[in-house]
Design a protein around this ligand. Structure first.
Ligand code: FE
Ligand code: FE
Ligand code: ZN
Length: 302
């Protein structure tokens, strides 16, 4: 079976999409996800058409289907906001991101629904739906995948019902899908180790055909902790076997699986860290847990 798997990769100002493709290939991935600029600010460089062309040629040669590639919207966008200035800013910026996605030829953008920052869940959800109606005012265009959140602080989208509310209240919701994040689901209180049940529940509330992307992460915390701290595959509270079941699930074959697990440091320090993805993906492809995962990564980058 052809597993569609990748990770978060960088997008640099010089290389742009071409650099992202090269990085994904270096980890043996056949898809990837990236921010089109720094996630914590809205400074964006112009898209280099030559590099995009090169990137697309490389993808074609290496059997990466661009339909499976994902953009992640910057996390500073908060559509639940009540502050008019910030709200309008978020809407305009997201519109720009959709335009950039179109220019790059990418169909899907993952978005954190937003945090209500004190105005209450109901009002926050209302604001999100209202904003998405402005952003998605046209019937056609890239799809926004609403990410399931851990419920840290005042985050919305921590239950399937909240996501469903948003989808139901956006007119062009043919352009809305969902990104399941395994760490977030666990931290939000869902039992991810019983994935068939969870998928049934999702199907009843939202519909399985709406799953547009899956973030594959282990979690540092217990179910229901509302913490949102990702852990490397197999090392956290979800565990290798449960994640493998999700990754190879029959009903999710066509969905991109993206790793967002933490980089590894040599000595526990924070000064320099290294990507774990090549090693985690090897483990996933082999369906066999590597007890020496962290040591192998450290050895490789030494
Ligand atoms: Fe995310
Ligand atoms: Fe995620
Ligand atoms: Zn997260």
């Amino acid at each position: 079976m052809n597993l569609i798997i990748g990770s978060h990769v960088s997008y640099t100002k010089d290389e742009g999409l071409l650099g992202s493709v090269k990085e994904a290939l270096s980890y043996n991935e056949n898809t990837f996800m990236f921010y089109t600029g720094a996630p914590q600010n809205t400074f964006r460089t112009e898209i280099n058409k030559e590099k995009v062309k090169e990137a697309k040629e490389l993808m074609e040669n290496k059997n990466i289907n661009i339909k499976n590639v994902i953009i992640h919207a910057p996390y500073i966008i908060n559509l639940a906001n009540d502050n008019e200035e910030k709200y309008n800013f978020a809407i305009n910026f997201l519109k720009q991101e959709l335009k950039r996605a179109t220019e790059l030829g990418i169909d899907k953008i993952v978005l954190h629904p937003g945090s209500h920052v004190g105005i209450g869940e109901e009002k926050g959800l209302e604001n999100i739906a209202k904003a998405l109606n402005v952003v998605l005012n046209e019937k056609e265009g890239p799809i926004i995948c609403l990410e399931t959140m851990a419920g840290k602080g005042t985050e919305l989208g921590k239950t399937f019902e909240e996501i469903k509310y948003i989808i139901d209240n956006v007119k062009n919701n043919n352009r809305l899908m969902v990104c399941l994040d395994t760490c977030h689901l666990n931290d939000a209180g869902y039992d991810i180790t019983n994935f068939d049940n969870l998928l049934d529940e999702f199907d009843k509330i939202i519909g399985i055909e709406k799953i547009g992307c899956i973030h594959i992460n282990d979690s540092k915390n217990e179910k229901g902790s509302h913490k949102d701290r990702h852990e490397n595959i197999g090392i956290g509270t979800i565990g290798f076997d449960s994640l493998i079941k999700i990754i190879y699930h029959d009903k999710l074959k066509e969905v991109s699986k993206i790793l967002e697990t933490p980089y590894i440091s040599m000595d526990g320090g924070k000064d320099r860290t290294y990507p774990p993805y090549k090693f985690e993906i090897e483990m996933i492809r082999n369906k066999k847990y590597n007890e020496n995962l962290l040591e192998d990564i450290r050895k490789n980058y030494k």
